[in-house]
Ligand binder design. Sequence first.
Ligand code: UT7
Length: 323
Amino acid sequence: MQAKITAIGTYAPEKVIDNHYFETFLDTSDEWIRSRTGIVERRFSAENEYTSDLSIGAVKDLALRYNKDISDVDFILVATVTHDQIMPSMACQLQHRLNIPNAAALDISAACAGFGYGITLARSLIHSGMYRKVLVIGAETLTKVTDFTDRTSCILFGDGAGALLIEAAEKGNVGECIAGAEGSGGQDLYLSTLSTQVNGTPIQANNKIVQNGRAVFRWAVTRMAEAFEAIVEKNGLTKEDIDWFIPHSANMRIIEAICQRVGFPVEKSLESLSKYGNTSSASIPLALNEGIRAGKVKKGDKLLLLGFGGGLTYAGTVVEWGL
Ligand code: UT7
């Protein structure tokens, strides 16, 4: 059997925060944030609203819009770095709260590449013949682990969630995947809890996101241009075959630079950062769903999805959109 995406859903908290909010307590400006990142606004979760709640919002959106029964899902994968708790896993909590009694449940820790890893694993589980109906969720409440004293990072992050239902089918639409890591760059982007070192390098353990923005920027531009080309080649395609490029939405300048390196028109990329900021594992489904709702993504379009982020990690694939 092959893997076919049969539904998508997204959710974002109600509270909209524009760039001017940061001008009230930081030396920054709407102009700097817009021109350096492309971010216009983002969503903040409420104090008592957690990643599990956002995930449920996304799955309900998926089930309602596509009239899908999800009670027989047999595997739940949740990509996140902002679990309500590490144990029990987010996937176990969702299995209970969504009343999916027979599903295996597993969290994925691959930061902003988490959704790409989730699709890769879901495809493998289905192609192996062991599972038939997999729910892949990317959900984050990054603003709960944002260091609001660090102007270089706090202006970037937002909260949101996205979900895909991937089912076994005679003819699938999830192409060959790539997934990789460069653990040597771990200290350039971390969220520390217990240990005070990454790769032997001392770090702060304050349960906040710390990022060496320039280093991650450089890595993303060079390595993700190569990853784009690797995905296209692995699927026996050329870049001209791709209708929409949907990379992780971290920074519009990164997306532009990847497109320029690859020789792909940036107008054929979709982003979620202008409206939602950097939502890590949720950014790709948010961008895809915005593209669908805006009537840009159409049945039969070839989409190149590519996540990248902390770890450092990356994962992507080509999907022939079928909804
Ligand atoms: O999602 C996971 C993956 N993460 C990423 O892909 C993020 C990658 N990195 C980035 O997106 C960018 O590096 C940032 C948006 C984080 C920063 O943009 P940049 O163009 O790389 O800025 P920079 O760090 O080179 O800083 C340029 C200047 C500095 O001032 P000086 O040293 O030139 O005087 C910063 O202090 O901009 C200053 N600056 C700010 N100024 C106003 C940094 N943050 C701000 C700010 N407002 N918020």
